[in-house]
Design a protein around this ligand. Sequence first.
Ligand code: NAP
Length: 484
Amino acid sequence: MTPPDTLIRRQAFVGGLWCDALDGRRLAITDPADGSEICEVAHLSREDAKRAIGCAAEALPAWRARPAAERAAFLRRWADLVLESIEPLAKLLTREQGKPLAEARAEIAQAAAFLGWFAEEARRVYGDLIPAPRADRRTLVLKQPVGVVAAITPWNFPAAMVARKVAPALAAGCTLVLKPAPQTPLSALALAVLAEAAGLPPGVLNIIPGEAEPIGNALIDSHAVRKLTFTGSTAVGRQLLARSAATLKRVSLELGGNAPFIVFADADLDAAVEGAIESKFRNSGQTCVCANRLLVEDSIYDAFSARLAARAKALVVAPGLAPGSQQGPLIDQSAVDKVEALIADAVDKGARVLTGGGRHVLGGTFFQPTVLTEATADMQLCQAEIFGPVAPLYRFHTENEAVALADATPFGLASYVYSSDLGRALRVGEALQCGMVGINVGAMSTETAPFGGVKDSGFGREGSMYGIDEYLDLKYLSLDLSAR
Ligand code: NAP
């Protein structure tokens, strides 16, 4: 196992070297559990980003030319090293992001699973031989790496979001420049330490913490960068997409969500409550697939809300590294202010607080797990991504009404349906406008399935047998057999 301290890096990783910003700037990384400084990390600028793009472009020809089996072997070694270091990586992740250690361990395991999965997929990038229109012709289709990839990741999953992009890109034969979120660069840099130990060639993966807009603009404006993969908010995703038009980049966007969690009267109520707890309160409610609106059939509304409130109230709120912690702090003070304002607006418009409703006695950015009843469509939290531990319950009477309510949002990422009538669950699952549906399941992210959304939640898929296609271009070769 790698000792914890050797996994902490305070410098960026460019061209296989650990380096500072050209202008020497640094950014303090803080622990959201107590506001203390963990360390300072190099904070790169536009010029640094250009240098990193140059390194990725230089490394591309040799990396793409490697046999797939070699790229696969590297990814497999990297996955194994990540698993061997799961404990120090998880502790580092909890320190910079705040989530409970058990969740951090699960995230590191998931990051390793993406590396391992795409190690296998690297060897399955098949082409096609298509029957040609003439006897003397052959039609060949190749899949080739798109080239240099720019990746921008958010703070809520500082390791898994990195692995979910880097693994398929490297498997396909691309090289990358990755900008992690400014709150949580340490996990990305620690993964790079292990990539280096696994034999990563210089320049193939470059990690550049730094100023969002200048770096983002340098990556997007560069003709050398042929693909942008972004996970973050819809507002920023839209800006990046517009700017990518000038260089006609390929783009994948994993954006925000507003997940409906539909509970029909025929559902197993205990299972539905557990699913809601898992979906809503994981990562303190700061996930893009969190249940954002719980739609509950009228006849079980009171029973469901009482059980959910009792379970939410029992959640152990504590610093992520404290034994038994089930809910850590929110990422920063502005997240607390936002959640508080959404609750105030809802209560003002008639919502009832069944449990929680405010800041936690632990202070800082800790917030009480909250359940609100009598939520209605005119409340701000119905349209906004709450991104906090607040479960608002809405009422419905019929299946059609449930689907209409569920789809009454510009987002379309995840949805959840709880019912013991499989016919109904499938019918509703097929009807919902979204990219993923959990049927009697509260957490569904896995490396084996395609993750992604529709509408304002973006486009492109990560993970699964489809994920590598985001990093491959099709090339058609037409061959004349009679030519000499
Ligand atoms: P965000 O504000 O959009 O930021 C995401 C990343 O983009 C950060 O690294 C950010 O850096 C960077 N960024 C912001 N403006 C930029 C610009 N003009 N050019 C280049 N980069 C820029 O989102 P967030 O608050 O970190 O993350 C939460 C959001 O991510 C939520 O909406 C959540 O639903 C979404 N999310 C989606 C998925 C999914 O798979 N669909 C998964 C996880 C999270 P700075 O912080 O320095 O601005």
